[in-house]
Design a protein around this ligand. Structure first.
Ligand code: X8Z
Ligand code: ZN
Length: 624
């Protein structure tokens, strides 16, 4: 996750014990003060932006530290401190968004107008002006994330399967490992159900959170929170939704081919009574708690046995790679492109390993504490290839912070939030067999089409499998925020979308007593998710452009920009822009293209798509 200013602004909160009410749609009009009743001027707007930037920097000092301490040591005390800081930030942002409305319609210098635009859409969690409600919202946000962070499931059947061999209580990362390694249908189902038992207590809190957040949105002149979330993409909300639908339509056939093939293999493994033809896949069988990425199924779907691959977990373990070696390897990729090494404090202050003696939020994130170049990551690293990939993802955030650190706080964000998520992911596409040989993780690289297919399958299980999940999470939230989905249908709507997009379904009955969305980090933590969908499209578009800059010819999946200064310069130039320009400007600078474009991902996987078509012959693909 990206814990830059953008993230700081998202987490705000407040209160009241409001039961769910449909979002008020009439903006609350506050009376004008004397100053506001005089005509606004350009000078005043510029001074306003300058003040906001200074205040944000000051607020970030305490807010980031409180959030850091809470995330790395969850106690009632750190929760309390974090809530207080959230409250202050939310109060400030909501007040400034309201004040800024007086400059609307004024002909402003570009940077000032851009700053006000970014401010307007910065309140991912808008707080009402009522202090009690705001404090409650802050408290709810902190509590929801903590419940998730502390979640565990205990069962005699799990004894010996966690880190502590004597314990029968497993935390999320341990449960995830069981899901990815074990094959027994019933054990997998128990683990899946077990983790989903942490979230029902969140349900009423979430309902209250939505109601208060919507009140805040109305005060700022929005219909509801979804209007803020969809609004900040340099186009109207309706255009943004249409863009996301366009991209999904372009990649959907590729996803369905993979789904079809994987389902057939799962039928072989678990039987057609458990994995039915023409039906959604049971959600607990895809090797991942949310069925969002399917790398764990690689051995089941490997196109050509033993022909080589890029999952170098075995080699990493054999060579005794630890967290430091893994993070250093990630850093070396960025420095090979011309970026600066991470500061000494990064190594001193980051949290790399899961502490044994306390609760932490293990979900990986990257930070620039106090917007001051105090870069850190927080992650519970294991020695495996997936975590090496996640390290690159997180460092992508850190390097974005590093490159735009010279800008005023309002510009310290990605060109859009999908750009921020897509930087590290772009570099991961350059982790090719050749590159792995260069860094000592592969002895030989087989130059054969069969090995290429294995590599493409590994990547597709992550990047292609993820696409529908990336799209549906916010579709669920947009509906919840705008009232189309009432609390009485939270779970129903969740499973309708999972079925529609991913073609997965729960293997056991779910009801409105459950709150399955809460078992996915970004819901309780209130982190928007469409950004990851965008990133998974952009990463290929960036990769194609950077490979061109590097002079690469031949298939895209063979290209690595490691050590290439020309590609590095293109990336750095874009990162340095931060959010100071509209995202199409940033995209054009890097790629020469102004639109997000799925042709790069489609081209990338073309050989795999053709192979899947062959394999799927005679199958009835899709689901009803
Ligand atoms: O949350 C993350 C990162 C931090 S921004 C670890 N990701 C999403 C997820 O885990 O659900 C990366 C891929 C999608
Ligand atoms: Zn991220």
């Amino acid at each position: 996750m990206n814990r830059s200013l953008a993230a700081l602004l998202l987490v705000a909160g407040c209160s009241g014990a409001a039961p769910y009410a449909p979002a008020p749609v009439t903006p609350v009009v506050t009376p004008l003060t004397e100053k506001e009743s005089t005509a606004p001027t350009v000078d005043e707007a510029q001074a306003f932006v300058k003040d906001v930037n200074e205040a944000l920097r000051a607020l970030a000092q305490d807010a980031d530290r409180a959030a850091w301490v809470k995330s790395t040591y969850i106690t009632p005390d750190t929760e309390h401190l974090e809530s207080k800081e959230r409250d202050r930030v939310m109060e400030f942002i909501a007040r400034k968004v309201k004040e800024a409305r007086r400059f609307e319609g004024l002909d402003l210098p570009k940077d000032t107008a851009r700053s006000l635009y970014l401010l307007k859409f910065s309140a991912g969690l808008p707080a009402p002006s009522d202090a009690k409600k705001r404090a409650r919202l802050a408290e709810l946000t902190t509590q929801l994330e903590s419940i998730y962070g502390k979640g565990k499931y205990c069962s005699p059947r799990l004894k010996g399967k966690g880190d502590d061999k004597k314990s029968e209580c497993l935390e999320l990362d341990e449960l995830g490992k069981v899901l990815s390694k074990e094959k027994d249908y019933d054990l997998l189902l128990e683990v899946w159900k077990g983790w989903h038992s942490i979230s029902p207590p969140m349900r009423s809190m979430y309902e209250e959170f939505v109601a208060i957040g919507n009140e805040g949105a109305a005060e700022l002149g929005f219909g509801n929170m979804a209007d803020i979330w969809k609004g900040g993409y340099d186009m109207s909300s309706a255009e943004f939704e249409a863009e996301m639908n366009r991209l999904w339509t372009e990649v959907k056939p590729l996803y369905e081919k993979l789904h079809c093939f994987v389902r057939a293999r799962l039928q072989k493994q678990h039987g057609t009574d458990k994995v039915k033809a023409g039906a959604p896949i049971p959600a607990h069988l895809l090797g991942n708690m949310w069925a969002q990425e399917w790398q764990a199924l690689y051995p089941l779907v490997e196109p050509h046995k033993g022909k080589g691959n890029i999952d170098v977990t075995k080699q990493m373990v054999a060579k005794k790679w630890n967290h430091e070696k893994m993070v250093k390897t990630g850093e070396a990729f960025f420095t090979s492109l011309g970026m600066q090494p991470l500061p000494k404090t990064f190594w001193e202050r980051s949290l790399f390993l899961k502490p044994k003696d306390r609760n932490v939020v293990c979900h990986a994130s990257a930070w620039d504490v106090g917007l001051s170049g105090d870069l850190r990551i927080k992650m519970c690293i294991n020695t495996d290839f997936d975590d090496l990939v996640t390290i690159h993802h997180e460092l992508g955030h850190n390097y974005y912070y590093q490159q735009y650190g010279h800008l005023p706080p309002l510009f310290q964000a990605g060109a859009n939030d999908g750009f921020h998520e897509g930087i590290g992911d772009t570099l991961v596409l350059s982790v090719t067999p050749d590159y792995l040989k260069k860094i000592g993780l592969l002895d030989k690289v087989s130059d054969d089409a069969k090995a290429d297919l294995n590599v493409l399958m590994t990547r597709a299980l992550e990047g292609v499998a993820f696409l529908p999940f990336g799209k549906l999470i916010d579709e669920w939230r947009w509906r919840v925020f705008d009232g189309r989905t009432p609390p009485s249908e939270y779970n129903k709507s969740w499973w309708e979308l999972r079925r529609k997009y991913q073609g997965v379904a729960p293997a056991v009955d779910r009801s409105e007593k459950d709150f399955d969305p809460g078992a996915k980090y970004h819901i309780p933590a209130n982190v928007p998710y469409t950004r990851y969908f965008i990133a998974r499209i952009l990463q290929y578009q960036f990769h194609r452009a950077l490979c061109k800059a590097a002079g690469h010819t031949g298939p895209l999946y063979k290209c690595s920009i490691y050590g290439n200064a020309a590609a590095g310069k293109k990336m750095i130039d874009m990162l340095r822009l931060g959010a100071s320009k509209e995202w199409p400007v940033a995209l054009e600078m890097l790629s020469g293209e102004k639109r997000m474009d799925a042709t790069a991902i489609i081209d990338y996987y073309a050989p795999l798509a053709a192979w899947l078509d062959e394999q799927n012959k005679g199958q009835k693909c899709g689901w009803d």
